[in-house]
Design a protein around this ligand. Structure first.
Ligand SMILES: [Zn+2]
Length: 162
C-alpha cells in the first residue's frame, strides 16, 4: 500500500483496530510521515452452489435465512439467531476446498445447525430437504435427539408476528 501523499511503498502501523470482520490500521509513511488509514478484510472465496437443475449461482446468505425462517415459522426463534445460523453455514461453505457445493449439501449443513436451535424447525426443514414418508423416517430423524433436554437457549424470542 503506497503512501497516498508521496507514493512511498513503506509505512509503519501506528494502531490496529478490529471493526466487525475488518481490521482498520492507522499508518504513517516512512518517507514523508503522512498518516493514512487502511482497511483489511478477509477474502472469503465461496464455492458456487449447484442447484438441483444443474444451474450454478453464488452462495446467497439471504436465501439460507429465508429457508430457515420458513422452517421457524411460529417457533420461538428470533431473527438474530437465524441470521447467525446462516453465517455459520456460510463460514462452513467458505472453508470447503471444493470449487462447487450442491444446494442439498448446504441444506444438510443448515439442518445440522437447526437441530441445535429448534427441533420442530429441524423436522420441518428435513421434511422439505429429504422428504419424510412416514413415522419411520420421522423416528430416524429424531432418534439422535430423543430424551435430550432440548436446546433451552432461546428464551427471549421476542415473538415477532410473521
Ligand atoms: Zn509519504
Amino acid at each position: 500500500m503506497n503512501c497516498p501523499a508521496c507514493q512511498h511503498p513503506e509505512s509503519k502501523v501506528l494502531e490496529t483496530r478490529a471493526t466487525g470482520d475488518a481490521l482498520k490500521r492507522r499508518r504513517q509513511c516512512l518517507q514523508c510521515n503522512h498518516r493514512f488509514t487502511t482497511h483489511e478484510r478477509v477474502e472469503r472465496k465461496l464455492p458456487l452452489v449447484v442447484k438441483r437443475e444443474g444451474r450454478r449461482e453464488p452462495f446467497d446468505h439471504d436465501k439460507v435465512v429465508e429457508g430457515v425462517r420458513l422452517a421457524c415459522r411460529k417457533r420461538p426463534v428470533d431473527a438474530r439467531t437465524i441470521d447467525e445460523l446462516a453465517s455459520r453455514v456460510e463460514v462452513k461453505v467458505s472453508l470447503s476446498v471444493a470449487p462447487e457445493v450442491t444446494s442439498a449439501e448446504i441444506g444438510e449443513l443448515v439442518l445440522a445447525e437447526l437441530a441445535a436451535v429448534d427441533i420442530v424447525a429441524y423436522v420441518r426443514f428435513a421434511s422439505v430437504l429429504r422428504g419424510i414418508e412416514g413415522p419411520d423416517d420421522l423416528l430416524q430423524l429424531l432418534r439422535p435427539y430423543l430424551g435430550a433436554a432440548g436446546p433451552g437457549g432461546v428464551v427471549d424470542g421476542g415473538g415477532q408476528g410473521d
